[in-house]
Design a binder for this molecule. Structure first.
Ligand SMILES: Cc1cc2nc3c(=O)[nH]c(=O)nc-3n(C[C@H](O)[C@H](O)[C@H](O)COP(=O)(O)OP(=O)(O)OC[C@H]3O[C@@H](n4cnc5c(N)ncnc54)[C@H](O)[C@@H]3O)c2cc1C
Ligand code: SF4
Length: 568
């Protein structure tokens, strides 16, 4: 492939690969420090508000009333499994045929390739991790010890929470540290009832309101971003014209652009990172223009890789040189290994026949959360680590469609209320294992001539035991609360649909067993930083993206200080 335009004009202070949740933060922080920053994004540009074509549409304005036509489902068997993929949001998801990968074991890889990445699509749940999470591997010995603890990242959680805008209660739980919260969403009467029932019957189990990246009480910093209070429309995955939820598009990317220091280059597929053996560091990246398929090199003093966990693995694996024949920084041989995800297979539902004089009004882009209660203070089960869970209660209506004319109209206008339904889903930690891997397929290439990623991730016996325990414990808790007709379910879904893939470029103290040091810096190539999910040593039970944001802001702060000291 001919390399074009590799001139001094392509020189920047910093390069960021990817513009999603973590890349947006890297861009914002690097430009804040005055660094001329090039943000490379493989997908198209998506401008806040103007590029949300369905953001203000009502269901009846869609050709199929928001349902997906059969031919789209059949053409996209993988992405169609994602609950957020429907007629209003298809334009923000990668379609199956566009970007092929190899499923060595079944894996549903859900991706958003555009400016903003998956930050346009996420469900916005944002819990801090605690020391029980960061100390887990050291305690159980199932992975390497994290090189950081909660105290290292706590100030950075505060920093990103204030800017992003997070709603929630201060619950005072050691296993789920409190953050900088705006006012919480309300619980309905049955959720409130369940909270009280669990509190009265268990010392160590809690039902709390979810913490989520919605502006419930916007502050000056959010108005300065051009964002406004969330209107509770619950169609967030279409992009929110109000900026009611945090996305890179509404928040970090335009903030970085305002500095005048950011160059955003969409349609730029990063092929690999260039390593200069004489200098002993990375000098830039090779980029394939997605439209022309021509390759260009761009250069910078530091590089942040934020392509989302598995694509970050791919970029590093594809960055080979004499010094690093097995991928950039891969002296340890662990690159692409110890990947893991979250176990969302188990659900439980039931009915409740109380509160029939109460109903819910309006919508809420959030729901209650039950933090991990298994194996927190000591190992008490036959499986390692634990699970958190979602919880929600709601009351449906039934409409009598009998009759014609005025009778039918009267029936349609007077729906009757059904009983209360409750439900929970499990969010279990899976264990990073050496043989849980992503690799470059030796034969298959993607449309840009880059090797396809071969994914080999799987559930193990620990996950099966956890599912059983979730069903047992929640049956007990639901029974204690007087819920009836309890139904447990195991979806048996493949890994991937959780959309919380992590690891492969893990952090650790020892360069012999890890890729990154405690600053998310490659042990063996100090001017390259990885701050997305690839860097995670273990997966915890909490949603991960808030932690990626905090790690990113922390790593940029360190990188800039090191640059000033001429160490990078
Ligand atoms: C439906 C849904 C619900 C979710 N709910 C939650 C939740 O409630 N809480 C939570 O914490 N997380 C949730 N997530 C996960 C969350 O979206 C991700 O953890 C988060 O977006 C990861 O951030 P990132 O920066 O690593 O990747 P992304 O946000 O995906 O951004 C990566 C960017 O890199 C670009 N890129 C990839 N490869 C290259 C390349 N070679 N060259 C150039 N650019 C490249 C991509 O196009 C993309 O724009 C959810 C995700 C989805 C889809
Ligand atoms: S619920 Fe809030 S954040 Fe979501 S689309 Fe509506 S206004 Fe925007």
């Amino acid at each position: 492939m001919t390399i074009l335009e590799s001139t001094a004009a392509n020189q920047y202070d910093a390069i960021v690969v990817g513009s999603g949740i973590s890349g947006g933060w890297a861009a914002k922080e690097l430009t804040k420090h005055g660094l001329r920053t090039l943000v490379l994004e493989r997908g198209r540009d998506v401008k806040h508000v103007t590029d949300y074509p369905t953001g203000m549409m009502s269901p009846w304005e869609f050709e199929h009333r928001t349902q997906l036509p059969l031919e789209i489902k059949e053409a996209n068997p993988i992405v169609s499994k994602c609950y957020a993929f429907y007629e209003g949001s298809t334009h923000f998801f990668v379609k199956d045929a566009e970007h092929p990968y190899v499923q060595e074991k079944p894996f549903d890889w859900i991706r958003g390739y555009q400016v903003g990445g998956k930050s346009l699509l996420w469900a916005r749940q944002t819990q801090r991790w605690s020391d029980f999470d960061f100390e887990g591997p050291a305690r159980d010995g199932f992975a390497v010890d994290w090189p950081i603890r909660y105290a290292d990242i706590a100030p950075w959680y505060s920093y990103v929470e204030k800017f992003a805008g997070i709603s929630g209660n201060k619950d005072g739980l050691p296993n789920l540290p409190d953050g900088e919260f705006q006012k919480p969403h309300e619980m309905n009467c049955v959720e409130d009832y369940f909270q009280k029932q669990i509190a009265s019957k268990y010392k160590d189990r809690n039902v709390i309101q979810g913490r989520c990246a919605h502006l419930t009480e916007p502050k000056d910093i959010h108005f300065q971003q051009g964002r406004a209070q969330c209107q509770h429309r619950t169609i967030c995955e279409r992009g929110c014209p109000f900026g009611g939820y945090f996305s890179s598009n509404a928040s970090t990317i335009p903030w970085a652009a305002k500095t005048g220091k950011m160059t955003l280059r969409p349609h730029s597929v990063v092929h690999s990172i260039i390593y200069d053996e004489k200098k002993g560091k990375a000098t830039g990246v090779r980029v394939i223009d997605a439209n022309t398929k021509k390759m260009t090199e761009y250069y910078a003093r530091i590089i942040f890789v934020n392509a989302a966990a598995l694509n970050t693995n791919l970029v590093l694996l594809n960055s080979t040189s004499n010094r690093f024949p097995n991928g950039l920084g891969n002296d340890s041989g662990v690159l692409g290994k110890y990947v893991a995800f979250h176990n969302y297979r188990a659900t439980i539902s039931a009915e409740y026949d109380g509160f029939l004089d109460m109903k819910t009004e309006g919508r809420r882009p959030n729901s209650p959360y039950i933090p991990r209660f298994r194996n927190v203070h000591k190992q008490e089960t036959n499986f390692l680590r634990g699970y958190a869970a979602g919880f929600n209660a709601g009351r449906g209506t039934y409409t009598n469609q009998d009759g014609i004319g005025a009778d039918l109209k009267k029936n349609l206008m007077n729906p009757s209320w059904g009983g209360w339904h409750v439900g929970s889903h499990m969010m279990g930690e899976t264990i990073p294992k050496e043989n849980s891997t992503v690799q470059l397929d030796p034969n298959k290439k993607d449309p840009f001539g880059i090797p396809q990623l071969a994914i080999n991730m799987f559930y193990d016996d620990n996950d099966e035991k956890m599912i059983k325990d979730f069903h047992e414990q929640f049956t007990e808790m639901y029974t204690a609360a007087g819920f009836k007709n309890i139904r447990t379910r195991d979806s048996k879904q493949a890994p991937g649909l959780d959309i919380h893939e992590m690891g492969g470029v893990r952090m650790g103290k020892d360069p012999k067993t890890s890729m990154l040091n405690k600053w998310n810096q490659l042990h063996a190539c100090k001017n390259v930083f990885v701050t997305d999910g690839a860097s995670m040593t273990s997966t915890s039970t909490q949603n991960p993206s808030l932690t990626y944001m905090a790690l990113t802001a922390r790593a940029v702060d360190y990188a800039v200080k090191e640059m000033k000291k001429q160490n990078l």
